[in-house]
Design a protein around this ligand. Structure first.
Ligand code: UGA
Length: 441
């Protein structure tokens, strides 16, 4: 079967390469010539573990190709996967302009029966709207069907998540379209992946509800962590014991500097806006957004407090800039809030990240930040070292070596990577999120 995937971001490229690996013939289409040129030259425009191998393998066996020619790709394909971006507009609504433009374009092109499969995260009602645009404007009297197939992959483990998902959600009114998409995902049946078949609106809602629930778990544990600090409790032990209750589960209860990335911040805003639009406000999600913004600001105060409130002309060494490990993505990363606030207060920033420095330079050029080559060179002369992202290479630092090169032994561990007692015993002044820093009696 021939498939077109439109959009070569994280979702589109992983889905395109994954579907080619399932035996489909896939053309990944993007409007941006530069992206297609990069892909055709054998490079991947962003960092995602395992993706290059998957792309290379399927390009070599001629099941995967890249093009800017939407018409030619669609004419050859039975299924067209939509994986274009849906960023937030100024009100927090999902900006559907790329989806809308694609629907207009498809209407001009469709030459035969096609299944349109939406992977982009879109508000409830969007799939029906896409179908209505194409039906109204189509040049040829052909039938089309639409399937909502939300994607649940995580950046950093996207390939694994695509190949071994917890579930596949397919929403549609058309049995014919569902049969075709189920056939595309047949390899996942063989590994007993649960398939959830629903209507269009339900599938759209499943995606938002899932992301908002995970974001809620994170904001919940962050607020518990803050309270733990006030009452002298240890949030790791609290989270562990909570997670042992199978109804709660242990995942997404790790406190930190607040969630970031291209999904949770955008999807919580969009769901809250959807609730307001339908006069059915989702107050929990509204609060999650507020709590998350406050958590990022709180991290700034933690750093400032380690410096006894005096940040001006102090050197701050930041370890990790991406919103989480194993990605070069810095969208909505806590590092951005931290850097902005500290620069505003007159601090000098040194920073290192294994892969995100180039992205970060687009926001904060070298005139504002000194970028370094590793954790130890970053720490040189620092008044405080801050672990912002829990990359593996920051989990086992030689803290004695760090202590030798810094100006002041202050450590702000915003991901709770280190044992507070051990760090204190090495002579550091230490802060983390929600754990007891005192030695037990
Ligand atoms: C998230 C979802 O996990 C995916 O299922 C979904 O497909 C994706 O959004 C999307 O909508 O496309 P992702 O944004 O890649 O994936 O990242 P996560 O691993 O979920 O982490 C999100 C943020 O939460 C990160 O900033 C991370 O540091 C933070 N986090 C996560 C915590 O602070 N604590 C936790 O316990 C877990």
């Amino acid at each position: 079967m021939h498939i077109t995937v439109v959009g070569t971001g994280y979702v589109g490229l992983v889905a395109g390469a994954g579907l080619a690996d399932f035996g489909m013939h896939v053309i990944c289409v993007d409007k941006i010539q530069e992206k297609i040129d990069i892909l055709n030259s054998g490079e991947i425009p962003f960092y995602e573990p395992g993706l290059k191998e998957l792309v290379d393998r399927n390009v070599a066996n001629k099941r995967l190709s890249f093009s800017t020619d939407l018409r030619s790709a669609v004419e050859q394909s039975l299924a067209i996967f939509i994986a274009v971006g849906t960023p937030s507009d100024e009100k927090g609504r999902a900006d559907l302009s790329a989806v809308e433009e694609l629907a207009h374009d498809l209407a001009q092109i469709v030459n035969d029966y096609k299944v349109i499969v939406t992977k982009s995260t879109v508000p409830v009602g969007t799939n029906r709207w896409i179908k209505s645009i194409i039906d109204k404007e189509k040049k040829n009297p052909v039938e089309i069907d639409i399937v909502s197939n939300p994607e649940f992959l995580r950046e950093g483990s996207a390939v694994e998540d695509f190949m071994r998902p917890n579930r596949v959600v397919l929403g549609s009114d058309s049995q014919r379209a569902l049969a075709i998409v189920k056939d595309i995902y047949r390899p996942l049946y063989l590994i007993e992946t649960p398939f959830v078949i629903t209507g269009l609106e339900t599938a759209e809602m499943i995606k938002y509800a899932s992301n908002a629930f995970l974001a809620t778990k994170i904001s919940f544990i962050n607020e518990i962590a803050n309270l733990c600090e006030a009452v002298g409790a240890d949030v790791h032990q609290v989270a562990k014991a909570m997670g042992l209750d199978r109804r709660i589960g242990p995942k997404f209860l790790h406190p930190g500097p607040g969630f970031g990335g291209s999904c949770f911040p955008k999807d919580t805003l969009a769901l809250a806006q959807l609730g307001r639009d339908y006069e059915s406000p989702i107050r929990i999600v509204e609060t999650v957004i507020e709590v998350n913004n406050a958590q990022k600001e709180r991290m700034v105060e933690k750093i400032v407090n380690l410096l006894d409130g005096n940040v001006k002309d102090k050197t701050i060494a930041l370890l990790g800039l991406s919103f989480k490990p194993n990605t070069s993505d810095i969208r909505e990363a806590p590092s951005i809030t931290i850097v902005k606030r500290l620069l505003d207060r007159g601090a000098k920033i040194r920073a290192y990240d294994p892969v995100a420095i180039d992205e970060f330079k687009k926001l904060f050029p070298e005139t504002l930040i000194t970028y370094c080559e590793d954790a130890y060179s970053t720490a040189e002369g620092a008044d405080v070292v801050v672990i912002v992202t829990e990359w593996n290479e920051f989990r086992n630092l030689d803290l004695k070596r760090i202590k030798d090169v810094v100006k002041k032994p202050n450590l702000a561990d915003l991901r709770n990577v280190y044992d507070p007692i051990k760090v204190k015993n090495l002579g550091f002044k230490y802060t983390c999120v929600g754990r007891i820093v005192k030695e037990p009696h």
